[in-house]
Write a protein that binds this ligand. Structure first.
Ligand code: PEP
Length: 255
């Protein structure tokens, strides 16, 4: 398949940054910078508290708003959690699931990632599923096995039809927030493993059509080279997504 036929998606992950006022100011700065940039979908995944302000601020633009997590139950005694329906009714389109920081600091497992993915897709959210190896796994030479296992478990029970609302982000954990970016070849190779795994589960056509992002210290300087790789269809961007000019430059690189 021609890579150009796949949907390129540039998504920001703000993590625990930005008050609602700061969110609106950043979006107001970003809007004119990305106007008319139709070569990729543009998503900002923001803290839950920022969602209403951010949804209002992007109205009339092509920027979509995402959340950074979602709970797998529909409602009930889950203090501090947010359901897919709550996100949807606030105007959220995307949700990040399985980010390594959730896995590392908040007890997220492959099994709970799978539950969240199914709940989000069943409710009608678009999912950005994160997979990635830690440095010790890379050093052991088991990156491929780790990516394949995380992908397979996360997608258990997900139908072929639901894949159209799924993006996978390959994020080597050692490259997240460290400034240590994967080489373009490493990114292409990791994304390629994810694509092969999806092919084994759903067939070649589905795997070739799937948007697979790279994430891990992507910035305005290295984006073009990373995004030029055959298997890299976009980026999930942390630090550089907090600055309108930097994020817009990455969007430019995806055109
Ligand atoms: C991320 O949070 O998913 C990420 C890739 O962060 P950073 O770009 O800061 O490495």
């Amino acid at each position: 398949m021609n890579k150009r036929k796949r949907k390129a998606v540039i998504a920001g992950n703000w993590k625990m940054n930005m008050t609602p006022d700061e969110a609106v100011a950043m979006i107001n700065e970003l809007r004119p910078l990305v106007k008319g940039k139709r070569g990729c979908e543009i998503v900002l995944c923001v803290p839950a508290i920022d969602i209403p302000a951010a949804v209002k601020a992007v109205k009339g633009s092509r920027i979509k708003i995402g959340a950074e997590n979602v709970h797998f139950e529909e409602k009930g005694a889950f203090t501090g959690e947010i359901s897919a329906k709550m996100l949807l009714t606030c105007g959220v389109e995307y949700v990040i699931i399985g980010h390594s920081e959730r896995r590392q600091y908040f007890g997220e497992t492959d099994e709970t990632v799978n539950k969240r993915v199914k709940a989000a897709l069943n409710a009608g959210l678009k999912v950005i599923l994160c997979v990635g190896e830690v440095l010790a796994q890379r050093d052991l030479g088991i990156t491929g096995e780790v990516l394949s296992m995380q992908t397979k478990i996360a997608l258990q029970g997900v139908t072929l039809d639901q894949l159209k609302n799924l993006i996978i982000a390959y994020e080597p954990v050692w490259a997240i927030g460290t400034g240590r970016v994967a080489t373009p070849d490493q990114a292409d190779e990791g994304n390629g493993v994810v694509r092969k795994t999806v092919e084994a589960l759903y067939g070649k056509a589905a795997a070739e059509a799937l948007t697979i992002q790279y994430g891990g210290s992507m910035n305005e300087k290295n984006a073009a080279e990373l995004l030029g790789k055959y298997n890299v269809d976009g980026g999930l961007i942390g630090g550089a997504s907090l600055v309108a000019a930097k994020f817009a430059a990455i969007v430019d690189a995806a055109q």
